[in-house]
Design a protein around this ligand. Structure first.
Ligand SMILES: NC(=O)c1ccc[n+]([C@@H]2O[C@H](COP(=O)([O-])OP(=O)(O)OC[C@H]3O[C@@H](n4cnc5c(N)ncnc54)[C@H](OP(=O)(O)O)[C@@H]3O)[C@@H](O)[C@H]2O)c1
Length: 212
């Protein structure tokens, strides 16, 4: 698959390596290509473009930017380049205010989520929340003593969720589909929980697992 990634940070780089490793074609999108010179040398098969070029390139699109600029980044990517496509939303609505005793502050409430805001503005795209509740170092081929971790996903379009679940299988995850877009109100705060041991004890190596 051609995968267009909107973003150039740790998540964009980690997922792009995963997609390349699993045989997909990747274009990373950034407003400043020069910052990806090292990435380009390390990933000669990967391409670099603007946000719009990456979105246009992708049959599958990944959003991997700071939550507070997610709408702005997707506007630069252009709605017409996202229409009808699956968009994996890795972002979290983290506020700029400092964490309180290790607990991040969000700019959304529990009756709203970033994914729903994006879905409302870019109505023709099929957003699926995924990869938001684990650190970038563990996103691809995760290895934990406790076994295969679970990725919680949600979104309104079943076909898009099937595509994302296929990618998660390739990347070594078990998928738990939590339903429609509103479920992002519960999935996005998992990042707050995931970060607490990191902020309090510098422990960043863990993931969630759903037991039944
Ligand atoms: N880091 C992790 O381990 C992790 C894990 C799970 C989820 N997440 C979530 O994943 C998302 C990406 O995280 P990250 O750490 O990889 O990167 P990040 O530092 O949060 O974001 C970097 C990206 O934001 C873009 N950006 C910054 N300001 C912008 C603006 N004003 N307009 C448009 N784009 C702008 C940058 O674009 P340019 O390339 O043009 O500079 C860059 O591509 C975040 O929402 C984060 O909460 C992160």
């Amino acid at each position: 698959m051609n995968v267009g990634i909107i973003g150039s940070g740790d998540v964009a780089k980690a997922l792009s390596s995963g997609f390349l490793q699993h045989g997909h074609q990747v274009m990373l999108g950034t407003r400043e290509a020069a910052k990806l010179a090292d990435w380009s040398k390390e990933n000669p098969k990967g391409q670099i473009g603007s946000f719009a070029a990456a979105a246009k390139f992708g049959e599958l699109v990944v959003l991997a930017v700071k939550g507070s600029v997610a709408v702005a980044a997707l506007r630069l990517a252009e709605a017409s380049n996202l229409a009808g496509k699956t968009v994996i939303d890795t972002s979290n609505p983290i506020d700029d205010a400092a964490p309180s005793n290790g607990v991040l502050k969000y700019f959304t409430s529990l009756d709203d989520s970033l994914l729903e805001r994006l879905q409302r503005e870019f109505a023709a795209a099929h957003f699926v929340k995924a990869f938001n509740s684990v650190g970038s170092a563990c996103m691809v081929n995760p290895k934990f003593k406790g076994g295969q971790p679970t990725m919680f996903i949600c979104g309104n379009d079943d076909a898009a969720k099937k595509t994302v679940s296929g990618i998660l299988d390739q990347f070594g995850w078990e998928t738990a589909d939590m339903g429609k877009a509103e479920a992002a109100r519960a999935i996005e705060p998992l990042c707050m929980l995931w970060c607490i041991p990191g902020f309090l004890r510098n422990d960043w190596k863990h993931a969630f697992k759903l037991l039944s």
